[in-house]
Structure formats: C-alpha cells, structure tokens
Design a protein around this ligand. Structure first.
Ligand SMILES: Cc1cc2nc3c(=O)[nH]c(=O)nc-3n(C[C@H](O)[C@H](O)[C@H](O)COP(=O)(O)OP(=O)(O)OC[C@H]3O[C@@H](n4cnc5c(N)ncnc54)[C@H](O)[C@@H]3O)c2cc1C
Ligand code: SF4
Length: 479
C-alpha cells in the first residue's frame, strides 16, 4: 500500500472516563465507550503523517505494518486493518496493551520526535483486535490438512503459544507442556490484570485448544516427565520455559517474615483475581492491604508490584532504586503511572539489611550517588558513607530481576548448551540448539525480556521447524 497523506480527521469533543460512573447502566456505558473508542482510534490513526520512513515499524520487534493499519483505521476500514495487523503478530491485542511502546514503536514515531506527541499506536492495535474479536473476524484455527509431524512445546508462555499457533495452523500435531495449572506463562501469573485482563489471555488459550492444540498442564518437565521422554514422543521439541530464578539480597534480617519475592506476590494477586483459593493471600502474607510497603528494584516487575500494592489498599508504597530516575531500567511511562497513583520513589538508595525480630519492621537503607560509568557504560552507584537510615515497612517485596534455572542439571541433559549466564544457546534466526530437533525461544534464550520478542522468536522457530519438516518430507518422497 502506498503511503499517502491522510485527509480524514475526527475531532473528539468529550473526555471519556475509563470507569463506568455508578449512575450509568453497564449497557449504556459500553455503548458510549465503544463510540468514544472508535472516534479516539480514528483520531489517533489520522495523526499518522504516513512519513514514508516508518521508524515505528523498524523499531517494532515484529516489524508490524503500522502505517498501513493506521491508514485503514483512519478510513474506518477496520476489518482490513485487523487483517494487516494480525499478519505479523499472533497476539496484537496483548502487545497493544503491554508492550513498552515508549521504548519501541511510539518512542520512534516521527511525530513524537518532532515534539507533537506520538500517535498512540499500541492503543489503536488493541482497539482493532478487540473489535475483531467482538465482530467475529478472528479466525478459528482450522488447518486445511492434518500432518503427521508432532511438536512438543515446553512452556505455555507467549513464546511457546506463538509457535503453537503457527504450527497448528499448518496441521502439525502440537502438545504444550506447562508446570502451571493455566496456560499463558507470565501473561497470566506475572503481569497484573490492570495491565492485561486475564480473559484476554484465556480467550487465546481457548482458541488454541479449540483449534486442536493439546495442553498438558500441571506437568513439570524434569519431574513429571523427563525431557528425554518428550524428545522421544515428538519429531521436534521447543524449549520456552522463561526465567524464574529470582535474584536475591542478603544482609542482616533477610530471613524475617514479610520479606517476599515479587513473583510470589504477583502470582498470589493474579490467582486471587481468578477466584482461586490462595491461603498466603488470605493470611496477609502476600497481601499489601493496610500495610506500609517497600518494593526494592527499578524494573517493570517493581512497577507492577508498587501498582498492585496501591490497588490492594496499602497505607504507603515506596520504591527503592539504587540509581536515579534517568538510569532506571523500567518504563518511564510506568513510573509516571505509579507516581500518579501515589507511589513514592526513593532514588539512589539500596538496602543494607532489615530491622525487626521475627517480622520485618523496616529496611536499613544506604544512600548512593552515581559514579564513573562501568563496563556497560552506565554510571555505577557508589555508597555515601554515614548516610544510612531506616525506611519503615510491614512488607518488603524484592523485585531484582530473574535468572534462568539450570536446565541441563534439572533435566539431566548435559548436552543442552547454555551460556555463562545460564540461558540456552540457540541460533538467533532459526532458534535451533545444538541438540538435534531441539529449538529454544523467549526469555530462556534472551534472559528476562519482553512479550513481543518471545512472540517473534516463537513464530520464527515454528517457521524453521516447518522448513525442516518440509525438507525431510521432500527427501523421503524423492527416495
Ligand atoms: C512481573 C512481570 C511483568 C512483566 N511485564 C511485561 C510487560 O508489561 N510487557 C512485556 O512485554 N513484558 C513484560 N514482562 C516480560 C514478559 O512477561 C516475558 O518476557 C515473557 O512472558 C517471556 O515469554 P516466554 O514465553 O519466554 O516465558 P514465560 O512467559 O515465562 O512462560 C514460560 C512458561 O514455561 C513454564 N515452565 C517453566 N519451566 C517449566 C518446566 N520445567 N516444565 C513445564 N513448564 C515449565 C512456566 O510455567 C511458564 O508458563 C514482565 C515480566 C514480569 C516477571
Ligand atoms: S507489537 Fe508492540 S512494538 Fe510492535 S506495534 Fe504493537 S505495541 Fe508497538
């Protein structure tokens, strides 16, 4: 499609609240909201200048054809917009909700860079696909023919599910193994529901299941079934297990009650939103209600913890980070959201230990300053002597990032090559490991990363598997 200047502009007169006012019927609110969302999407899409040098597209890991679907949305051709959008992205409505767009597509929008505010690409992507689901344009998975090859996928996160989708649409027999009781990986149990509603994920899981993907849930590979057995059962295997070993902090008092890991805290909250029985939440151990909360860390997981704590009714929420605002790894947009919700950021601080006997009562905080750049080019935090103080806390949440588990040892597979960081070694394009017929994608290869990268990897690995199956089928036919 040629990139031409946009002619159609829609003006939004009213500002629509996100939540339904108590005196408005849900049905009426939904109707008004839909009208508002339609106008807003068209207005935003119309702002795209069709610049011809779509940096947004090149900075999207999936190289989504953003200018084209914005143009179609501006023209009201939503079904076509959806077709273009879903051609490169398995889960556009999920990426539209949770990609850190300020670091990807939107951060590179030329309108943003000329100081006029980015086109809200993520919101339009979400809107297009939500509409497609409502209108029944999302096609069920219905392969034209069944194929005999089978693939075992270990891990039902976005990497594994994106591969399952591509493979199953080509008629491959797909079984997904996951140790959790629900599919979705961090989409269900890591990322909070206020960023990604759980029914948006389960709708995709249902689509895969209805399309013939078999899910073996509550199945921990390495315990309930061996990796070798999975290799035996399938023609190819995809490792998409993510990274789950939480980085930890020591120091005096580190074993006190009330010092918890971010993943446990967020999982409990997410499980509760599904209506599960969560004793650790009900006992208050993993619930911030009525408590002074201190979160340690400056990444996106820390932002999810502080924002979850405010929603649970914490009396105060503070976030300690050892560098300053400009040098934190988390999305600036998330920091702004958290600040607007009442979270206090205490920059240039690091924990030295904890106060309290059995239960934690505070964090011993050391003040830091930024020194010379380290090997990575980032300014290294340095301790300021004699400036320690105690930050009161009833619950301390450690959100310091994640590392890979030791898969070769856990699975008794020394042949599975890993890097010195413990991530699985795989070709960056085909995602093949050194083991025959074994591929790997997502966080277990990249280290803690993003959903959109896991989707890209999963799609690429599936394509590489299909190529290998086709090559094998052709050579067998030629014999
Ligand atoms: C709190 C939090 C918030 C985040 N927020 C965002 C965000 O807003 N935007 C964004 O883009 N990214 C975000 N991320 C990162 C993103 O979630 C990950 O990059 C992405 O989920 C990686 O996908 P994956 O498929 O590689 O792994 P995962 O999503 O981690 O899925 C791996 C799956 O493998 C299963 N598994 C592991 N080991 C085994 C085993 N031995 N046997 C069977 N099953 C196993 C796990 O149970 C899990 O279901 C966030 C991460 C966290 C922790
Ligand atoms: S997938 Fe993510 S980076 Fe790509 S266009 Fe959508 S929101 Fe932007």
């Amino acid at each position: 499609m040629a990139h031409q200047p946009m002619l159609k502009f829609v003006k939004i007169e009213k500002d629509m609240p996100e939540k339904r006012p108590p005196d408005l019927r849900k049905q009426d609110f939904d109707e008004i909201y839909r009208e508002y969302a339609t106008e807003k999407a068209a207005e935003q899409a119309s702002r795209c200048s069709q610049c011809g040098v779509p940096y947004c597209q090149s900075h999207c890991p999936l190289h989504n054809n953003i200018p084209d679907w914005l143009k179609l949305t501006a023209e009201g051709r939503l079904q076509e917009a959806y077709e273009v959008s879903q051609a490169t992205n398995t889960f556009p409505e999920i990426c539209g909700r949770i990609c850190p767009q300020d670091r990807l597509c939107e951060g590179n929008c030329v309108i943003e860079q000329s100081g006029h505010g980015t086109v809200t690409i993520g919101s339009v992507e979400k809107y297009i696909t939500d509409t497609a689901w409502e209108q029944g344009w999302v096609k069920p998975i219905s392969p034209a023919q069944e194929r005999p090859e089978s693939v075992g996928i270990i891990g039902a996160g976005p990497g594994g599910l994106a591969a399952a989708d591509v493979l199953r649409r080509q008629g491959i027999q797909v079984t997904v193994y996951d140790r959790y009781d629900r599919a979705g990986g961090l989409l269900v149990y890591g990322i909070p529901g206020f960023k990604l509603e759980k029914d948006v994920v389960t709708r995709r899981n249902d689509q895969l299941e209805q399309g013939g993907v078999t899910f073996e849930l509550n199945c921990d590979v390495g315990t309930d079934i061996s990796f070798a057995k999975i290799r035996e059962k399938h023609d190819a295997v995809l490792i998409a297990t993510g990274v789950y070993k939480s980085r930890d902090l020591g120091g005096p008092g580190a074993g006190a009650n009330g010092i918890v890991r971010a993943i446990d805290y967020l999982t409990a909250s997410n499980r509760k939103s599904f209506g599960d029985d969560v004793p650790e939440f009900d006992s208050g151990e993993l619930n911030a209600e009525g408590k002074r909360v201190v979160v340690i860390g400056g990444g996106d997981t820390a932002m999810d913890c502080v924002r979850t704590a405010t929603r649970q009714g914490a009396t105060s929420v503070k976030c300690l980070y050892r560098r300053d605002r400009a040098n934190m790894p988390g999305s600036q947009r998330e920091v702004q959201n958290a600040e607007e919700e009442g979270v206090e950021f205490v920059w240039l601080t690091a924990p030295k230990g904890y106060t309290g006997d059995t239960d934690v009562s505070g964090v011993m905080v050391q003040k830091m300053r930024l020194g010379a750049p380290d090997a990575t080019g980032r300014q290294a935090p340095e301790l300021i002597e004699g400036a320690d103080y105690v930050e009161d806390a009833d619950i301390v949440i450690k959100a310091l990032g994640f590392e890979p588990e030791d898969l070769p040892t856990l699975w008794g597979e020394p042949e599975l090559e890993v890097t010195r960081w413990g991530t699985v070694k795989a070709d960056f394009r085909t995602h093949k490991t050194a083991m025959d017929g074994v591929y790997a994608v997502g966080d277990i290869v990249r280290g803690a990363s993003l959903v959109v990268w896991a989707i890209r990897d999963g799609r690429e690995a599936a394509e590489a598997m299909l190529e290998a199956f086709n090559a094998k089928a052709t050579s067998v036919a030629a014999e």
